[in-house]
Design a protein around this ligand. Structure first.
Ligand code: CU
Length: 309
């Protein structure tokens, strides 16, 4: 468990996580209190005024009590107005990003998250932000409705095709492990694999931006695989939406239409750039192209695929 997390709630890792939790627990305990009063009162009265003899008439025929009726109207009204005012304040805090927030672009698609930093650096499955600085996310979907949810930050927003939606947050503390991101709108077969992390950096790390230099090595390839391909391709031989990458490199692949192709570097590049050109036999033409991947990133993926014996 992360620091600050409890049995009830995940860590409070954004500036407004505390406010959201305070409001939540206020409403929660208010409900517990009234549940006990009402359910307890019902049980108590059912017992206290029970019929004791078969010929017993109902006790006093009370038609109304102005004082009690006024009280149970006015008190809940005041409580509801109070909850509305409090929620409105917290909600506006969540909705309105400060003017100096760093603007990141977020794209959700089946089944990965892509991020573009204000300076154009692109990352996949990892959102890198600076500690104690406001961050604004401008989000869109390339296919169906997704939803961007960071429990540690207490933020969640639908990501919709054909229109931008926004979110903002400020994470006070650096966190190298990262805060988990989930997709919370059911979006197809690998919905539950549509994961990412928000990694919060110190100012010095943000200056260096080590994650922005792409190295053409197998480790980088593995990271890209996990962020972009793992929802459809396994490495253990199991069939998912697409074929497994286990022992893919060098094998002879049967294509729809009957032709056979040897899996080499050029076939892999073509599979990534133009997946419809050659479709593997028994699989649907369901792979999206990845025009955003740089040549170096594809080199890294190929190096990683070669390690999967
Ligand atoms: Cu999704």
């Amino acid at each position: 468990m992360e620091t600050g997390s409890s049995f009830w709630m995940p860590a409070q890792a954004s500036t407004f996580a505390g406010d959201v939790d305070d409001l939540y627990f206020f409403i929660y305990w208010l409900c517990v209190f009234f549940f006990l009063v009402i359910a307890g009162g019902t049980v108590l009265f059912a017992w206290k005024y029970r019929r004791r003899r078969p010929d017993q008439l109902a006790s006093a025929q009370i038609t109304h009590n102005t004082l009690i009726e006024a009280a149970w109207t006015i008190i809940p009204t005041i409580i509801c107005i109070g909850i509305f005012a409090w929620s409105f304040k917290v909600y506006m805090g969540l909705q309105v990003a400060p003017a100096d927030a760093a603007e990141y672009k977020v794209v959700g698609k089946q089944w990965a998250w892509e991020f573009t930093e204000p300076d154009g650096c692109q990352t996949y499955g990892e959102l890198h932000v600076q500690a104690d600085k406001p961050v604004k996310l401008l989000m869109r979907s390339e296919d169906v409705i997704h939803s961007f949810y960071v429990p540690d930050f207490r933020i969640k927003q639908d990501v919709i095709p054909g229109r931008y939606t926004g979110l903002w947050f400020q994470a006070p503390k650096a966190n190298a492990q990262g805060h988990q991101v989930f997709c919370t709108e059911y979006c197809g077969t690998s919905h539950s694999d549509m994961l990412a992390k928000v990694i919060v950096h110190t100012a010095e790390e943000m200056e260096k931006k080590a994650w922005c230099e792409t190295k053409a090595d197998a480790a980088t390839g593995e990271k890209l695989y996990k962020a972009l391909c793992a929802a459809c391709h396994t490495t253990d031989g199991n069939r998912l939406v697409g074929p497994s990458f286990k022992a893919l490199f060098g094998r002879d692949e049967k294509l729809t239409g009957g032709a056979t192709v040897k899996v080499d570097e050029n076939y892999i590049v073509e599979s990534i750039r133009n997946p419809m050109a050659k479709v593997v036999d028994t699989y649907p033409p369901a792979m999206p192209p990845f025009p955003q991947l740089k040549d170096k990133e594809i080199d890294a993926i190929i190096m990683y695929l070669k390690t999967l014996k």
